[in-house]
Design a protein around this ligand. Structure first.
Ligand code: UDP
Length: 255
């Protein structure tokens, strides 16, 4: 597969359709696989997060989520084919799941959000089997009883696909630590995707997303959390862009 080195991670340089095909292969292999979707925020967290780096190294599929990373890859001279946002991948995956009979479980988001998303997706994709949803209470990750409850619920429904929407790095940690015990063929950490499908958050219009302006929309809807993310933390990407810039070998032409 076309896996390339990009900044502080590797990325599978594939299209959305190829990613969906690959996910189906991973489901058929039934090997507790998992997918991560790096965006600018993840790249910054990877820089200092040893655990997150280990998780990324073990991911079966690493998809590029975000226009800025596409721009950087072009500037590096190793262009990434397509932006595959988790939130774009999610409905496409539901469509395939409905068509091919894969059962899905949604974990995460605020109370009622996953149910609402499930209800709307089932209407859109006839035959879609969402075998369970669960919104874990705050602090669940430090509560052994709650953790064991979550795992029991997921295992009892035997999904083929587990969607974990807990934000980064919580969702990646959950998947990585529990995937063998859960035995779900494929798990994906998909951030705010359930909020988008439930209609709790609105996606930016396509033209904005295609011009790397989705962050403006996120800030308008969640000013507190998103202002810090996009206007304070994400600036750190500038230093990393230069840090990981591929060095040209002697004798190679300069652009
Ligand atoms: N979330 C959750 N439990 C937690 C922390 C977060 O259910 O302990 C949910 C939150 O409700 C939201 C999602 O995780 O639905 C956060 O996604 P974020 O906005 O970070 O995702 P991204 O911007 O990466 O898509």
């Amino acid at each position: 597969m076309a896996r390339i080195q990009f900044m502080n991670t590797e990325i599978d340089n594939i299209t959305m359709d190829e990613a969906l095909d690959r996910i189906e292969i991973l489901i058929s292999q039934n090997n507790s696989s998992f997918v991560v979707t790096p965006n600018v925020d993840h790249i910054i967290k990877l820089e200092t997060g040893t655990e997150l780096r280990k998780i990324y190294k073990n991911a079966d599929l690493i998809l590029c989520d975000g226009k800025p990373l596409i721009w950087i890859s072009k500037w590096y001279g190793t262009p990434i084919k397509e932006k595959i946002s988790g939130s774009d991948l999610f409905p496409r995956l539901c469509e395939r799941a409905a068509k091919n009979g894969y059962k899905m479980f949604f974990l995460g988001a605020a109370e009622g959000v996953a149910d609402k998303a499930a209800e709307r997706l089932k209407k859109r994709y006839e035959g879609l089997q969402i075998v369970g949803t669960y919104s874990p209470p705050k602090g669940f990750e430090n509560n052994p009883d709650e953790m064991s409850r979550i795992k029991t619920i997921i295992k009892s429904t035997s999904p083929h696909i587990l969607i974990v929407a807990l934000g980064c790095p919580k969702q990646e940690n959950f998947i990585y630590t529990n995937r063998i015990e859960l035995g779900v063929p494929i798990s994906l950490g998909l951030g705010a995707s359930l909020d988008f499908e439930a209609g709790v958050l609105k996606r930016a219009p396509k033209w904005m997303a295609n011009h790397g302006l989705e962050w403006i929309y996120r800030i308008i809807q969640e000013p507190g959390r998103m202002t810090k993310r996009y206007l304070v933390d994400d600036w750190k990407i500038v230093r990393l862009v230069f840090k990981y810039r591929p060095r040209r070998k002697k004798g190679e032409n300069q652009i």
